[in-house]
Structure formats: C-alpha cells, structure tokens
Design a protein around this ligand. Sequence first.
Ligand code: HEC
Ligand code: HEC
Length: 216
Amino acid sequence: MIRTPKIALIAFVISCMFIVAPVSAEDEHARGRQLYALCAQCHGQNGAGAQLFLAPAIAGLDQWYVQSQFLLFQSGVRGLNWQDVGGLRMHPMSQWVKGDADVAAVSAYVASLPRVNPPPQVVGGNAETGKALYSTCASCHGVDGKGNEAMNAPPLIHASDWYLVSSLEKYKAGIRGSNPKNTNAIIMRGMSNLLPNDQAIKDVVAYITTMNNEGN
Ligand code: HEC
Ligand code: HEC
C-alpha cells in the first residue's frame, strides 16, 4: 500500500527520461524533412531557391551558418529593417519553427541537401576584374569560397548570384548590418565598402560563380 505511489513515481521518472532522451540521427532527419515542407514553398524542394520569392539557394549551406542565421531571423536581429523586403518575408517564417531541437533539425536537413549550381541571372559582371577584388574577401571566405566557420564567414559558392548581389547592396546600404546585436553583419558591412560601386559588386559576384564548378 505504501509502496505503490513510490513505484508509480519511479515509473513516471523513468518514462520522463525516455521522453527527454536525445532523438536518433534518423529521427532528427525525418523531423527536419517534415519541417522543411514549409521552407520548400519558397526555397524549393531541393533548396535551389526561387528569385520570384526573393528566396536564395540554401541547399547544403553549412549547418552552423543556417542555424545561426535562422536564430537571427527568429529574434528579429536580422530581417526587420523596414527596407529589407526579403528579410521581412523570412522573419515571420522563422517563427513557425519552435524550440531548439526543431531549429537544429531543420538546419541539419538544409545542410544535408546536395549543393546546387543555380543558373546565373546577373548580367554585366566581369569575372577577371572580380578576381582581383575577391583577393580581400578570400581572407575570410577562403580562396575557394567555401567559407570559414572560425571567422563566422559563410560559403559564397553554390549561391544564387542575384542574392549575393542583393546582400552586398544591403550591407553597403546598412539594411543588413545596422542592428548592433548583429556583430558579424557589422563586420561584413565594413567589408562591403571595399566594393566601390554596383559594377564592382557584379564583377566580384561573377568571379565567385566561376568557383562553383572547380571541384568545389
Ligand atoms: C515566404 C517565403 C519563405 C519561406 C516559407 C522560408 N523562407 Fe527562408 N528566406 C526567404 C527569403 C526571401 C530570404 C532572403 C532574405 C534576405 O534577402 O536577406 C530567406 C533567407 C533564408 C536564409 C538565409 C540564407 C543566407 O544565405 O543567409 C535561411 C538560412 C533560410 N531562409 C532558411 C529557411 C528555412 C529553414 C525555412 C523553413 C523553416 C525558410 N527559410 C522558409 C523566404 C522564405
Ligand atoms: C573580415 C572577414 C570578412 C571579409 C574580408 C569579407 N567578409 Fe563577407 N562575410 C563575413 C562574415 C562574418 C559574414 C556573415 C555576416 C552575417 O552574419 O550577416 C559575411 C557574409 C557575406 C555575405 C552574405 C552571404 C549570405 O549567405 O547571406 C556575402 C555575399 C559576403 N560576405 C561577400 C563578401 C565579399 C564579396 C567580400 C570581399 C569584398 C567579403 N565578403 C569580405 C566576413 C568577411
């Protein structure tokens, strides 16, 4: 009689341990895929992006970068500037994924998608001129454009070229990189000023896209 509540308590504690036990990698992948159904509406089933929705290619981006940007959108540190049309679309979407485990699962799923080579959309860039401009960028984003987590610098290859252009324009205009809490964007905002005008932006992006197919 006295023991029953104790046994019930122990059984309850044990069942709780199972509930909080970490999910397997397969479970996390399945959950990530399930959550990605929302993202696919703009970023595409394969993560190749859709310019019509201003949604960039995200397939195979490094998990640390996807997750950190996702959390920045969620907290409104990124995407709430009134001039940031794309960011203002992504910010409310980030609210649909609740809790650290789901954010990690959907980020891991995005990172697991094979990288894509989005067809070039930007015209008028000179890759030769861009190559010289890129030499400064390489110190953070890598000579191969694969990024460097230690510098918080994301990969730039296999990206939508129109999105690279729009991001550089946003950094230069302070639409991205003006929130004091977004320290990485502030660093990049400073760097964007190394590109003096729209032509330099197009040139460096033209060079970045040439790195997509060199075994990268
Ligand atoms: C309504 C359309 C829409 C939906 C749905 C959507 N996104 Fe986005 N997403 C965008 C847009 C637009 C941008 C570009 C923001 C910008 O220009 O700065 C973006 C940007 C991003 C970025 C930043 C990429 C980078 O290189 O910095 C990540 C990561 C991202 N989205 C992940 C997701 C995930 C994960 C989901 C699903 C939970 C999702 N998005 C759902 C429209 C959408
Ligand atoms: C001092 C290191 C550093 C240098 C040099 C640098 N960047 Fe960056 N870059 C970063 C960091 C850090 C981020 C992430 C910023 C953020 O979170 O918004 C970034 C982000 C970007 C993005 C946004 C990518 C995305 O997916 O949204 C682009 C585009 C970019 N850099 C291009 C360049 C170009 C082009 C150059 C050379 C002119 C350059 N960067 C030089 C550190 C650097």
